[in-house]
Design a protein around this ligand. Structure first.
Ligand SMILES: [Zn+2]
Length: 111
């Protein structure tokens, strides 16, 4: 199978990225699958497949945003059971300063 690389802008909106990837890296470096994400203003209510619920703020410089961009070491959550194609997709995703998608079509944007 051919590896298809995806390019996203480095400054892509963090929530758009979450909506696209549906992955959440925890502080313990466990990668969870996102079941639902509800965005209200600058906050997102996230529920993972292992039924953890928490709030995230829309910041490109947050720990989670940097984690996803830099692909720090992680363990996939055993309860979430992220499908391997999704992990492959994540691994083949690159972030670039000057080109790539800004995912503007991912969510309805009022601005
Ligand atoms: Zn999980």
């Amino acid at each position: 199978m051919e590896e298809k690389k995806r390019y996203y802008r480095k400054r892509v909106d963090f929530f758009r990225l979450l909506l696209k990837m549906k992955l959440w890296p925890s502080r313990k470096k466990i990668l969870h699958g996102i079941k639902t994400i509800n965005i209200v203003g600058n906050q997102a209510w996230i529920t993972t497949h292992c039924n953890e619920t928490f709030t995230a703020y829309n910041s490109k410089n947050s720990r989670a945003a940097r984690f996803l961009r830099n692909k720090w070491d992680y363990e996939p959550c055993r309860i979430c059971r992220i499908p391997s194609w999704k992990l492959e997709k994540y691994k083949s995703t690159r972030f670039n300063q000057s080109f790539g998608s800004d995912l503007k079509d991912t969510v309805n944007d009022k601005s």
